[in-house]
Design a protein around this ligand. Sequence first.
Ligand code: G6P
Length: 603
Amino acid sequence: MCGIIGYTGSLGASDIILDGLTRMEYRGYDSAGMAYTTPSGKIALRKTVGKVKDLRAICDDDESTCGIGHTRWATHGGVTNANAHPHKVGNVALIHNGIIENYHEIVKEYNLSSDLVSETDSEVVAALINKLYDGDPTKTIKKVLSIIQGSFALGILFGDRPGSIYCVRNVSPMLGTHCKDGSFIASDLTAFIQFTKRYFIIPEYTIVTVRKDGILMEDLDGNNVEPEYLEVNWDVSAAEKDGYDHFMLKEIHEQPQSIIRTITPRIKDGLPDFSDEGIDDDFFKNVSDITIIACGTAMHAGIIGRTLIQKYLKIPVTVTIASEFRYEQPILNENSLVITVSQSGETIDTLAALRLAKEYTNKTLSLVNVKGSSIARESNYVLYTHAGPEIAVASTKAYTVQASMFYLLTAKLGLVQNKMSVDDAKAFIKNLEAVPSMMENMLSLDTHIKELTKRMQQSNNAFFIGRGLDYSLSMEGALKLKEISYIHAEAYAAGELKHGTIALITEGIPVIAIASQQHVYSKVISNIREVKARGAYVILISKDENITDNSICDAHLRLPDVDDDFTMFESIVILQMIAYYTAVGKGFNPDQPRNLAKSVTVE
Ligand code: G6P
């Protein structure tokens, strides 16, 4: 969603801001803008609908060393130049990520309508600041904070304070840093990673003054707040394409290494160990039930977790969409374990759901990829996945590292609750350790898969079928295909097809059938015959080396002979590549699908 950057220092602000906005393009946006202060006390403004390159074309000032930039993902008001950020009212310019809930009331109460030229909630905040400004930015921002309601990360310039940027946030993410080249604020680290790996999370309701020589923070009572610096273990090259055509393809290829980085430090003597995270076995002992809460692909990783944990632990596991959970009456007690899963750690619905869950249980654990993010900080415990930065909107490596974490958790819970013997747990973990090299082998199928997708590109619909773990996985395969190729795709439990969906199977409809689970193999094959008999174009994914019969499928992608519980890692590489090559073949950019955002920070 909206990307924010601010820079003040000794270098030209314009290029730094434009480069930062380019690096945040992956978040999803439809317009871009920039404002900078000039030494004469003026604020210059440039903004446009379209891409950052369109903004670059209208930016001509390389003199200013202080400015703010924004990529907008429309919520309130259409995609127009007027609605793009920054919003300038009087001598105040403002960028905003989030939603101001009471903006209508504010316009009325403070009589702001004649100041407004856009349809946005954000411009109202700029107008309010301008109206209340008494020459003291910090005091004015505090006044404004007592009026506005909602989620926000705000970056503000005051014309009479050249060289300074002011910010404040509630819920919506914003980071800050100071380094030898100056000071930055940004929605995420990719915006300034080429300058420093050190950053801090701006605390909520803290007024931040960003200057060339440092960053000052004070809370609402006027006390100084010290930044708590963190450091990431990746650098700018991790956020670049590195010779791949797209970030998505690069990230598909990075999966084996991401899994190695995620699981290896947590395996000691062949068994799962979370002691480095301070999670001891007692935490898992009395767990009576598990609720997994997440959105999108992270929720699909949770479905893999449910399938595994229920199989080995035989305790109830519920997977809930965060935006549903937070408005329901949770069925949780103090022995319920709540696992929130999030790549960004900032998805607002998942964060709100976590806050609600904490009213019922102290056993909250999050699986998060971004260090220090809100969900990570607010959970009782966190297990970081180590996928590195995921730039493509369609999640790939974040999904497989989240899934790998559920395998570790299954073994840990199994051991602690005496549902798995030490030998069985060791064998299970050994299979997990073999996953990266097996996935590596699957990547070599890319030419074959690319060829197959020529058929997929011609269809408006596709179906994914499977049973058990394969059904859990097929949901993610369908999501990948629809989000980047815009082909309507649905996942069905293979046995359920004949209760309705088979009516949609007509000549040439692609059906991707996953049949890797031995105990239901013959059943899935029967289901495949049913769709094949109705003209479907079937791509079968299985371990079976004897598939020669073209009454079963049109194409067969063979999985290595791994344990049934672990085939998902190999199968997902195939499904990700089917989606990728289908989208690219249709001429779409899979890294920035229409209407989608990487990190969803509005409800
Ligand atoms: C968006 C992204 C998805 C992601 C989901 C949850 O929809 O496009 O790729 O799975 O949000 O994001 P999270 O950061 O919480 O994993």
